[in-house]
Structure formats: C-alpha cells, structure tokens
Design a protein around this ligand. Structure first.
Ligand SMILES: C[S@@+](CC[C@H](N)C(=O)[O-])C[C@H]1O[C@@H](n2cnc3c(N)ncnc32)[C@H](O)[C@@H]1O
Length: 226
C-alpha cells in the first residue's frame, strides 16, 4: 500500500506546470483569499525568516515575500519546486516530517494543504514547531468540510463537477478531481478543527485561532510558539 507522501508525489508531479491556474479556478477563486487571511493573521514583521512547507509552486511564498519576509520554500516534489517563482532564498527539497534545519531557527512556519498528505499528523506538527523560535508564528491553510445547508451543494460540486472538469482539463487533473472529496472528508472527520487545535496546543503552540472561510470550504489556523 502507498504511504500518503507517495500518494502526494504521484498526484502533484503531472500537474505542476499548470497547478496555480487550475487550482484557482477549481476553488472558485477562493484559495487566494484563504492564503491572504493566513498571512495577515500571522502578523509577521518585515525581515522575518519564514519556512514555507509544502510550498508547491510558491503561492504562499510570494505573499510572504510581498510582506517583506525572507522565505525558504520547502517541498518534497521537485516537479512543483521546478515551477516555483520569485523566491528570496533557495528552495529546499525535503519532506515535512524531517526538516533539514536546527531547532528554533525560523520566525514563522507556514503550510498550505499539507496535513492531508502526512502519515502522522501529530508528529509532523511537532516537527514544524521544532524549527520555530520561541514566540514564532505557525500558520496553516486547508480545505474545510461545510456543514448544514452548505454540505449538499459542496457534495454536488466536489463529487460531480470537480471530477468532470478535472477530466476535461486532463494531464493529471482527473485524478486530483476524484481524489479531493474523499481526502477532505476523511481528514476533516478524523481531525475536526477543534481536535486539530488541541494537537497544535499539545506540540507547544498557544493563542491558537481557527477561522472557517467561504461557507466552511476553507480553513485557516494560526498560533504562536511558547
Ligand atoms: C496543494 S499543493 C499546495 C501548494 C501551496 N502550499 C499552495 O498553497 O498552493 C500541496 C503541496 O504539498 C506537497 N507535499 C505533500 N506532502 C508533503 C510532505 N510530506 N512534505 C513536503 N511537501 C509535501 C506537495 O508536493 C505539493 O506541492
């Protein structure tokens, strides 16, 4: 059986060259808002050194740089890193579960759409927090699972429209379109936001805040290392 990081490697390699364009369209233009919300909530200072884990093609990296941060983008996929643009520091190819950095060397750590792809969520969170200095900020963007009246339209979109549009785009997007709904449902059921916030506290973060975005379709979290 494939591990989650192996699944992620296979999923992202074929879509690296057009990831940003189609990801924006398939999130109905919402994903940029979620990233901006995370970055502004973290209240980083100009000149701060930030590790952007699961940086992909650099959407979060570039936002951080626009705010004056120096950013090390890190990802396990060389295909995604190969298309990354506008970076202040050299990208690093590594896995989030074993970061090649000493303890406490970053002012901030960001991770967008990472935790669904790791085998050990608590262990990975501990590793992300390990490289943060005391007082440093962690920030996350993830998909959420809408509840109540918003669940049926979300289910129609993610189980019907997303795979169909993915098939029309081709080149790996059909697989992504079929993968996303079960992945989001499984992760959000196992780790509802409050349970995830408890894990953040367990690994040494305080002032943990959770913000549901776009009728529950997006999730932004941030917190500070003690
Ligand atoms: C959906 S993309 C998100 C990219 C970017 N953060 C954004 O907001 O657009 C997810 C990224 O996570 C990376 N990834 C998945 N599992 C990883 C792991 N265990 N370690 C490092 N990167 C990982 C994938 O290679 C992919 O580039």
């Amino acid at each position: 059986m494939s591990t989650r990081p192996q699944v992620a490697r296979r999923l992202f390699a074929p879509i690296a060259t057009n990831y940003e364009r189609w990801a924006r369209l398939l999130s109905l233009g919402q994903d940029g808002r979620w990233r901006r919300e995370m970055v502004s909530s973290m209240e980083l200072d100009e000149g701060n050194l930030v590790l952007d884990v699961a940086a992909g093609t650099g959407s979060i990296t570039r936002l951080l740089e626009e705010g004056g941060c120096r950013v090390v983008p890190l990802d396990q996929s060389w295909e995604m890193l190969a298309t990354l643009r506008n970076t202040s520091l050299l990208p690093v190819m590594a896995t989030a579960e074993r970061l090649p950095f000493p303890d406490g060397c970053f002012d901030g750590v960001t991770f967008g759409y990472l935790l669904r792809y790791v085998n050990d969520v608590t262990g990975c969170m501990a590793e992300l927090v390990r490289v943060l200095r005391a007082g440093g900020m962690a920030g996350m963007v993830e998909f959420g699972l809408p509840s109540g009246v918003w669940r049926p339209p979300w289910t129609v979109y993610t189980s019907g429209i997303l795979p169909t549009v993915g098939r029309a785009i081709g080149g790996g997007w059909h697989e992504v379109g079929r993968f996303l709904r079960p992945s989001i449902v499984e992760f959000s059921t196992r780790w509802d936001p409050e349970r995830l916030a408890d894990v953040w506290r367990e690994v040494g973060l305080v002032d943990v805040r959770v913000r549901s975005m776009s009728l529950g379709g997006g999730l932004v979290m941030w917190g500070r290392k003690t």
